[in-house]
Design a binder for this molecule. Sequence first.
Ligand code: C2E
Ligand code: MG
Ligand code: MG
Length: 707
Amino acid sequence: LEGRDRALILVVDDQLFMRRSATDWLEEAGFAVETADDGAQGLLAFQRVHPDLVLLDVVMPVMDGFAACSALRHLPEGRHVPILMMTGLDDARSIQDAYRAGATDFIHKPINGLVLGYRVRYMLRAARTAERLRRSEARLANAQRMANLGHWELDPDQDAWTGSEQLEQILGSRPSTWSAFLACIHPEDRLWVGNELDRSLNDRKRRNADFRVIRGDGTERVVHQEIEVAAPSDGRPPQVSGAVLDITDLRRAQEQVRYLAYYDGLTGLPNRRFAVDRLRLLTARARRLGGWIATLLVGVDHFKRINDTMGHAAGDELLQELAGRLLRCLGQSAAAEGVPPQAAKFDPFVGRFGGDELVVFLSDVGRVEDAARVARRIVRALRKPFAIENREVFVTASIGISLFPFDGSDPELLLRNAASAMAHAKAKGLTSYEFYTVTMNDATRSDFLLESNLRKAVERGEFTLHFQPQMDLASGQIVGAEALIRWDSPELGRVMPLEFIPLAEETGLIFPIGDWVLRTACTQAMAWRDTGLPPLRMAVNVSARQFSKDGFTQTIARALKHTGLDPTCLDSELTESTVMEDVDSAILSLREMKAMGLKVSVDDFGTGYSSLSYLRRFPLDALKIDRSFLEGLPENAEHVAITSAIIAMAKTLNLRVIAEGVESREQLAFLRMKGCDEAQGNFLSFALPADEFVHLVRDTWNASAWC
Ligand code: C2E
Ligand code: MG
Ligand code: MG
């Protein structure tokens, strides 16, 4: 109705008498009327006044009704306008021609005025309904296009499969049977996707799966599919419907995050983070199955001199060559002994540990001599000159070796000891390798001291909580606090969590400590609320052992009940590895927590191995970007790429994203620009005792924004 209060009807007829009577009848029925004398005039009038309906005569000079009708249909605004043709000729032929030309309906001459009014009103109503439907379909299609979401329906009895337009876009083809749809799926995934349907038809359960499709043009996409079987109660056969989401870009972003986070951009080798993770895995396995693990830290001697004299590009090239040679020498070594590489006794892991340091792990080492032999092989391989920028460059390397379980039980210690062995080797000044010897190692003794004090600390109540504010980047307001534990020991002074939480976890002391933290944090949040602070989210760190202990959710429930805190104000921070340890039971616990109304965040995100398909299954609220990725922002290109990818990924997954460890204005500006939701870090504020935290919130509250 284009904003008119009366519908406008365009009457096109060459006879003046007819135009007049039609005008009278229609105005009588409450419509506004425009007229035109022939088809050509009618077309012009149509474009000028945009009528809601056209009443069109068939026999006219200049341009007859059929021609005018099909011309109208070719105008963009004329595609859906209702056209009522006055046929006058009472024969089947002209009725057929009218429809063929695109008429909506026809009416015979001579015309009854009353009938015309009703007919027009009815057609207008039908047109409006059709228009609404078209709009809503367009909206749906648009939403699906934006979400890259397609859907399909299957009538299994008829093998009739229909897919939406967007799904055809995703598939790059238009199948019409179930088997034709299956044919679009990657051959390796096809069989089980088919089986999933059968299983759903059997048990009527909703299922989802991620699989690959091969498009018509041969390219591959990754999709997520949900299928549902609807069984009508009237005994008709079941109908299956599926929703298909194109997650290729999301997958790619995740792979990119993983690559950037776990590989060294220069050499393509696994980086330090990856190496530490791997060593953790290897030691855990060796603890279960027995066996030794050798850690070889390979340092290039005087690498700085090469950088200084030949330039950094030459230094980079040397490192790449070196990495390649190390890989070859370890790979070839197995082949040279007549063993196929995959069956080799050693499965060497090679990574880049730092600037000029590479690391090699050998698992299943049976004798000390095995590790020594590999070290000698490396030394030999590096002895040959490198061709860098058309020059021969000679390098020597020093290797430090530590052995699990003798030189340490955890990766950090093994690496540290390998490093000190390497320093020894370097000090000798020859290309050589050294084993770590357990001499000055009093780490175990100090652990013991720490433990006995920690036990007492729980009883004596030597802990306090500090609170670090979390700022909403859009509003600049403080919206939450992370509770961070501090231990003030009379014997040891202030001890930071990283020094005692691992030990607390090992000894089980984390349970009383964790309970204390939870209760104290909830009590504090309530106390703040009572003094009239705006509602703040209270984030509490939950360690893996706490989370996996039976009854953890009840512990939280009790703390909430005891203190009266609103569950939506409590945010549990779990690390990726905590939730990935036992995915299925983690999902159950998380669901319980969500059902209680709690918030759940993934802490130190990017440092673990969580796979995207799990991330999507976990009911989460937020990702906390690990602070190591913020270093050097916005200059460090690698970190720019990682943080951007994590933020983009969080958006796609509909999660809040918060950056921790913000130490500078530049980092803050960068995060804001990338659309990160929240920030936390020393640039904004250190973790503060509760009373100072209150002052900070009060002060910033009065200012319109904080930073
Ligand atoms: P987290 O959960 O990742 O906490 C953030 C850590 O980063 C805190 O260290 C915080 O003080 C520090 N931090 C914040 N902003 C900056 C910054 O701008 N620069 C730098 N360099 N550091 C910043 P903190 O307090 O030493 O805690 C370390 C870790 O100990 C925490 O890491 C958390 O995993 C654990 N932790 C702390 N309190 C508890 C607790 O109550 N229970 C458990 N299970 N773990 C806790
Ligand atoms: Mg945390
Ligand atoms: Mg963290």
